[in-house]
Design a protein around this ligand. Structure first.
Ligand code: FES
Length: 127
């Protein structure tokens, strides 16, 4: 076998093989879906919010290994944060959490952040 085209960190491979928080949340306070302009892959994020704290987060993606790992990372990163803190999570924080992403896969972390922002907008739009 030849070397993989994109060498992933051990952390990316581990989150790809055992992704955290995959699934849906019934009656989520926030739901967001985004399709990447770059690759056409999709991510959905569900938020459970109690007293402005994100108490649970789940995701589903129809995307690459880096999007699976990014969804896993972002849902882990935002649990326990306030909505405002979660809104400030950046693609760089996801990439750091995953101990790096190859340059051609940076947009997969951006997909996760954008799906999260859509879910937070949905939460904020509700009375
Ligand atoms: Fe589309 Fe990674 S290539 S999300």
């Amino acid at each position: 076998l030849s070397a993989p085209e994109y060498p992933y960190s051990k952390k990316v491979i581990e989150h790809y093989r055992s992704p955290r928080n995959v699934g849906k949340i019934e009656q989520a306070e926030g739901f967001g879906e985004h399709i990447s302009d770059i690759c056409g892959d999709m991510m959905q994020i569900y938020l459970k919010v109690e007293g402005n704290i994100i108490t649970d987060a789940k995701y589903e993606t129809f995307g690459c290994a880096a999007s699976v790992a990014s969804g896993s990372a972002i849902t882990e990163l935002i649990k326990g944060k306030t909505v405002e803190e979660a809104e400030r999570v950046t693609d760089k924080e996801i990439i750091d959490y995953l101990e790096g992403l190859p340059q051609p896969k940076i947009h997969c972390a951006v997909l996760a952040v954008t799906a999260l922002h859509t879910a937070i907008e949905d939460y904020k739009s509700k009375p």
